[in-house]
Design a protein around this ligand. Structure first.
Ligand SMILES: [Mg+2]
Length: 228
């Protein structure tokens, strides 16, 4: 059975420029008068959007439907405004995508982003028609459940069975590695998002890469293993 690749987005495929993101968040906080929300000393890496937004508005739980209103506004602002100028693609990404296509591997997403935002982000680096299925941060607050959701979507879309050990989750945070193992998939950790090799090694990924470039050197090792 062929391996199936699941890519995280932020820190793995691309970086959204900080100024752009800050402007969007600032606009939302102003519009909804969420003056008590501070973004200082918060870490969003490896978390789902659902988890992040729920936490941000926690002390406004008395406001009806606030989560839905705020997340909808965020999705609209991101999908309406994000352009290729606001993102930097990470080195090696076109190579690994081309290589996976040549090998006829299925390519999906496993990301904490809301679905619409995920596709806006990959669209901004020219990969709008690349990822046909995925697990997204709108569907579960806990990242550990996202590979399973991606697997369900894969099966539905391609009308094919898929085993968890066929999946290879590629991501930049300890949470990406944890969710891969939770599901029974392989984990490839990349250091392009800010976590260093020693921080990622603690979670025992199957492979750690400083760059996804030259995929012909690293992907066959994992794909051979998953075909056995
Ligand atoms: Mg990431």
């Amino acid at each position: 059975m062929k391996p199936i690749l699941l890519f995280d987005i932020d820190g793995t495929l691309l970086h959204v420029k900080k100024n752009f993101l800050h402007e969007i968040i600032h606009q939302i906080l102003t519009e909804f008068k969420l003056s008590n929300v501070s973004l200082k000393n918060r870490s969003f890496a490896g978390r789902t959007d659902r988890d992040i937004f729920s936490e941000l508005i926690k002390e406004y739980s008395h406001v009806r439907d606030l989560y839905h209103s705020v997340s909808s506004r965020y999705i609209n602002l991101m999908t309406d405004n994000l352009s290729d100028d606001d993102v930097d693609m990470i080195d090696g990404v076109p190579e690994v995508i081309d290589y996976a296509r040549q090998q006829n591997l299925a390519i999906g997403l496993c990301t904490g982003n809301f679905r619409e935002v995920a596709y806006a982000k990959v669209g901004a680096i020219g990969l709008q028609n690349t990822f046909q299925f995925g697990g997204f941060g709108c569907d579960h607050h806990d990242r550990n459940h996202l590979p399973g959701l991606a697997s369900e979507e894969f099966k539905e879309k391609f009308k094919q069975p898929a085993k968890s050990e066929q999946f290879i989750v590629i991501g930049d945070t300890p949470n990406d590695i944890r969710c891969a193992h939770h599901f029974g998939a392989k984990a490839v950790a990349v250091t392009t998002g800010g976590f260093k090799q020693n921080q990622l090694r603690d979670q025992n990924p199957d492979l750690i890469l400083d760059s996804m470039s030259s995929p012909e050197k690293w992907l066959p090792k994992l794909t051979r293993a998953s075909q056995t």
